[in-house]
Design a protein around this ligand. Structure first.
Ligand code: ZN
Length: 143
């Protein structure tokens, strides 16, 4: 295991569009600002959620929909390069009207109701994802 040092870049706040796909819209903000390496946080609400769970035995993601209007109680993640392009990796906890929560890897298919995003950019060498034989996941190379 290694580590990777970076310099501080910009901080970008964004309001994501109603009806957009959560992952696509986070990526759009990164692309508009030419951000290739960042930490991200978001709060807000979705009209529906789609979450994934990585099955460590079968080495595949299992996706499922939560067809409810939910709060984005907490979303954290990062942006780094995958196959030469910025890619979003985010996990979230969503809460329903009774405070029950649903959490996991955020998949495509979460429909935004309202969302406030903060990207914190990092500068320096790029972190690149590549296939990891041990886990079957696209993990950061060289770390
Ligand atoms: Zn994940």
């Amino acid at each position: 295991m290694g580590n990777f040092e970076v310099g501080e870049g910009r901080r970008v706040f964004a309001r994501l569009p109603h009806g957009g796909d959560l992952i696509d819209e986070i990526l759009a903000v990164a692309n508009e600002n030419r951000i290739e390496l960042a930490q991200l946080w978001a709060i807000g609400a979705v009209q529906k959620a789609r979450l994934a769970y990585y099955d460590q035995v079968r080495r595949t993601y299992r996706e499922h929909d939560v067809n409810q209007r939910l709060e984005i109680a907490s979303l954290i993640g990062n942006i780094s390069l995958r196959e030469g392009k910025p890619a979003v990796h985010a996990h979230a906890v969503f809460a329903d009207q009774d405070g029950r929560t649903y959490g996991g890897h955020v998949a495509s298919g979460c429909v935004i109701f309202a969302c406030e995003l903060l990207l914190v950019e990092f500068l320096g060498d790029q972190l690149v994802r590549e296939y990891d034989e041990v886990t079957g996941l696209p993990l950061w190379k060289g770390l």
